[in-house]
Design a protein around this ligand. Sequence first.
Ligand SMILES: *Cc1c(COP(=O)(O)O)cnc(C)c1O
Length: 221
Amino acid sequence: MIAQNLSLVESRIEKACKSANRERSEVVLVAVTKTYPVADVETLANLGLSHFGENRDQEGREKSANVPAHWHFQGQIQSNKIPSIASWAHTVHSLDEKRHCEKLARSLPEGKKLGIFIQVALDESPGRGGVAPDGLAEMADWVLTFPFLILHGLMAVAPLGEVPDQAFGRLASIHSVFSQQFPDSSALSAGMSDDFESAIAHGATHVRIGSSILGSRSNPL
Ligand SMILES: *Cc1c(COP(=O)(O)O)cnc(C)c1O
């Protein structure tokens, strides 16, 4: 089942890349394994996947201890979890506060580097996380002051109740301005099970896909 789902998702990614005149190699598939057992992660690793994403520290810590891979954290950051997240995650997608950035940098084990995406708020409603577009440059400058944080680019989630194409269109213009200011940080993490084709059309370099591959979650995060 998982293998079939994965190959279906793979072909959808390929098709979306083709329609957008992009190479498949420009898009990293991050399999979001939150709430699924470690056995599913092992299945995906055996099928050739090497990027996995988690929303909760404890799950990420346990699964990453069992399956060596590139581990992403894309959940809401809780300050007291930062030392642990810094120990197992290779990339954090959901940075939206300066103090978290500083704490992540200070918590990193000796010699370890951490990839960072700054989360963009695509709507006005507070609570879903993200930095307002006019605060992104300042946040990026801040991230860049920490030598062991590697700023990859921007991340976003399409707001509920908005057509993804419209939200990701807005994201594409924000991203275009940002990449001109920060040419070494031009990655774009966007797109989930229901909207990744649209995200790819608008320039996503990292898609975060869970339920299309692993089935619907009984307790969504
Ligand atoms: C859960 C989650 C995903 C994956 O969502 P699916 O709809 O299962 O593909 C991607 N990004 C974030 C931030 C998430 O919380």
